[in-house]
Design a binder for this molecule. Structure first.
Ligand code: ADP
Ligand code: MG
Length: 337
């Protein structure tokens, strides 16, 4: 009976498909789980996966076939592959500007020196002299975009890395593809970062668990939100190595050339723009508590966003009442008005 009712309802076409359709994608060094509701969800998810794979192949710094690899090795990208990378560099320049250089994709040369990303990991602590030389090639001033927006030149040995923005940028593209194909609700788990589209079939709010930076199995609390929003987290616990008992992580402060030492262990940004959400989360880890809140105030009119910050002395500071913290986990929680 139920099956028949289901078929009849599906056949009448007016009712949205309430079933969740999912797809798992291994891309951008992580496991992504894409879930969509609505008509055409399966076909739409397949199209989203294709786009995710295309952007992964275009942007991966360590992939010899990628456009970013070509730019980093030749110092030049022409219109064929350059157009899209050029657009991303224009966005990156805006982001670098807005964050006073805390987010900067030319941090790549420093990442290379520390042995993060870019292929085989060869972690080591660079000397102060090496860091000084590399830092002189950090800054968007070393990236030159042609007036027609079709090509890019790079002052080698300056390098580009889109690791701090790629997931947000790609998630936003995937969401657009789902929307265009009639999907009415979707959650894209991009490996701890989440993109939300529209509404659940039953109209209830989305609930996004925010990870406890100290414990991969636990969560800090749950964010309840409507769709069309990105919840992006950057944390210094994601990738690191240890040498002589000191931990060195993968979010670098472009100003010092060293792993950010801002007092924050993670920053979660809730924002309507995916690329901005991702980059702002990375930037906030560099800027620290006060810097992150100042950045939020600075961007209030152009790119409003909410923050959930976790400090290295176990404080959680949050700018939205939509976040319900877990209790009894050792964190003190403060809602910032
Ligand atoms: P993930 O969620 O994958 O950990 P994040 O958004 O936290 O990614 O970004 C971390 C990545 O961003 C690093 O692995 C590196 O590729 C890049 N990155 C590190 N520091 C910076 C920085 N200051 N500005 C821009 N990108 C950075
Ligand atoms: Mg980021």
């Amino acid at each position: 009976m139920l099956l028949i009712a289901g078929l009849l309802l599906a056949g009448c076409g007016a009712r949205a498909d309430a079933a969740a359709h999912t797809r798992t994608v291994l891309a951008m060094d992580t496991v992504m789980t894409l879930t969509a509701y609505g008509e055409n969800a399966d076909a739409a998810l397949a199209a989203a996966e294709t786009e995710i794979r295309r952007l992964d192949a275009l942007l991966a710094r360590g992939e010899p076939e990628s456009a970013v690899y070509a730019l980093n090795h030749n110092g030049y990208l022409d219109a064929d592959s350059g157009g899209e990378v050029e657009a991303l560099l224009t966005l990156a320049a805006e982001l670098a500007d807005a964050t006073d250089g805390a987010f900067d994709p030319t941090v790549a040369l420093l990442l290379e020196l520390w042995g993060f990303g870019g292929g085989a990991e060869k972690h080591r602590v660079p000397s102060p002299e090496e860091l000084d030389v590399a830092r002189s090639f950090v800054g968007m001033g070393h990236v030159h975009r042609s007036a027609d927006g079709q090509s890019v030149t790079l002052d080698l040995p300056a390098q580009i890395d889109f690791g701090g923005v790629a997931k947000g940028f790609t998630g936003a593209r995937a969401i657009e593809i789902l929307r265009e194909r009639g999907v009415t609700g979707a959650t894209l788990d991009l490996g701890g970062d989440v993109a939300l589209l529209g509404a659940k079939p039953d109209g209830s709010a989305w609930r996004v668990a925010v990870r406890d930076p100290a414990d991969g199995e636990a969560y800090l609390g749950v964010l309840e939100t409507a769709g069309d929003v990105f919840v992006m987290t950057s944390g210094v616990y994601e990738r690191y190595f240890e040498e002589n008992g000191v931990r060195y992580h993968h979010i670098l402060d472009p100003k010092t050339g060293r792993p950010a030492d801002s007092g924050l262990v993670s920053a979660t940004v809730v924002c309507a723009d995916g690329a901005w959400a991702d980059a702002l989360a990375t930037a906030c880890c560099v800027l620290g508590e006060d810097g992150a809140l100042a950045l939020r105030a600075h961007l209030a009119d152009t790119t409003p966003f909410d923050l959930i910050l976790v400090t290295d002395d176990a404080r959680v500071r949050c700018t939205t009442e939509a976040f319900a913290p877990e209790t009894g986990n050792g964190y003190t929680y403060e809602l910032i008005g």
